[in-house]
Design a protein around this ligand. Structure first.
Ligand SMILES: NC(=O)c1ccc[n+]([C@@H]2O[C@H](COP(=O)([O-])OP(=O)(O)OC[C@H]3O[C@@H](n4cnc5c(N)ncnc54)[C@H](O)[C@@H]3O)[C@@H](O)[C@H]2O)c1
Length: 347
């Protein structure tokens, strides 16, 4: 499979590292509007062809699939162009900046017959895959209550770099640069994690978004820092279960932690991904009466990168698909509508 990497910033390195490890996959071209970044990326990953735009790359055309690793607001126009040119697309999350655009992309890829998948990275955690299996097997009975959080701290700690000076952080803080803040950036991950891990779909949301003061006039250069930094959601699931889903970039002490607890009629399951380490625990059977948890073993799982390559080879989309990401985007849109109106919003 011949792959083009579109957008050669921070996350593109993870794409190049992961795809290049898969037998039979060649990274044949890179595209970026920043020539210096593009040149350095292509040198690092041994990529021969460099393009200043997707149009130029499509005019050449000698690739099967595009890994779209551009900033959020660029996903929609570029993915639509790649689909029109008959390419498979592995798109970064969020698929688009709203559900209408995400659904347009979904319909276009499905109509084209090509593979369209979205990099909901935390599906790569064996804890959520095995945890979901447990829940669906009935190990905790009917699910009643869900608690989910995604905690990062790059606004207070500089372990990933200095947000005041690096563009990869600044565009994430600015709605004018197409970001929906913590909700758009990591809300997509934790809503997917909560819904996938619990086997439930969100029906209704009460959402609260908060943007904190972070700089004089909340501006740094061309960036107005108006995107939300934290959110909370009370959710009703279609099954009648309820839950809370929250995320923040300001949780000192947590680099990148997703925690999901699913409470059922006869037991509970806890799935954690914490900065590269997965853990899975359950409280079931007689342990329920002693409120005791036990670790649950799990096997490694395929990554989204591996699943995408397998899907292209088989000619059949796997999860997480564009359709799934568009459905999760509807939950995020509902949280924004709810925050604006002060009322519940239906998904
Ligand atoms: N799945 C995950 O866990 C995960 C983690 C990090 C980032 N991401 C996603 O990956 C995407 C990129 O994030 P990042 O941190 O690498 O950002 P980044 O700012 O480091 O990189 C984006 C790159 O895209 C380039 N670009 C902008 N417009 C372009 C265009 N029209 N054509 C080609 N290139 C263009 C920029 O010059 C930049 O080099 C975002 O959508 C982000 O949400 C996902």
């Amino acid at each position: 499979m011949r792959l083009l990497i579109l957008g050669t910033g921070g996350m593109a390195n993870a794409h190049a590292d992961n795809f290049s490890k898969i037998d039979g996959v060649s990274l044949v071209g890179g595209v970026d509007v920043d020539p210096a970044r593009l040149a350095e990326f292509c040198a690092t990953h041994g990529i021969e062809r460099q393009f200043a735009s997707l149009e130029d790359a499509l005019a050449w055309g000698e690739f099967d699939a595009v890994a779209n690793v551009t900033p959020d607001r660029i996903h929609h126009p570029t993915t639509m162009q790649a689909i029109a040119a008959g390419k498979h697309v592995f798109c970064e999350k969020p698929l688009a900046t709203n559900a209408i655009k995400a659904m347009e992309m979904t319909e276009a890829i499905e109509a084209s017959g090509k593979v369209g998948m979205v990099n909901l990275t935390y599906r790569n955690s064996p804890a959520v895959q095995k945890g979901r299996e447990l829940v669906l097997s009935g190990a905790i009975g009917k699910v009643r209550h869900v608690e989910a959080s995604h905690l990062q701290s790059w606004l207070v700690g500089n372990h990933w770099g200095d947000w005041h000076t690096e563009t990869k952080f600044l565009w994430r803080l600015s709605t004018g640069h197409g970001s929906n803040g913590a909700l758009g950036d990591i809300g997509i991950h934790i809503v997917d994690f909560a819904s996938y891990g619990s086997g439930l779909d969100v029906a209704k949301v009460f959402g609260r978004l908060r943007t904190f003061d972070k700089a004089p006039d909340n501006r740094i250069g061309e960036y107005t820092l108006d995107a939300n930094d934290s959110f909370t959601m009370n959710v009703d699931f279609t099954s009648g279960a309820i839950g809370t889903i929250q995320a923040t970039r300001t949780a000192a002490g947590q680099m990148d932690q997703l925690r999901l607890r699913v409470y059922g009629e006869t037991g509970s399951v806890e799935m954690i991904y914490d900065t590269g380490t997965s853990t899975l625990r359950a409280c079931t059977g007689e342990d329920v009466h002693a409120a005791k948890w036990h670790d649950v073993p799990f096997d490694p799982v395929e990554t989204n990168y591996q699943r995408f390559v397998a899907a292209v080879r088989a000619g059949k989309t796997q999860e997480p698909s564009f359709r799934r990401a568009a459905q999760i985007q509807k939950v995020l849109d509902a949280a924004m509508a709810s925050n604006a109106s002060g009322r519940d919003a239906l998904v």
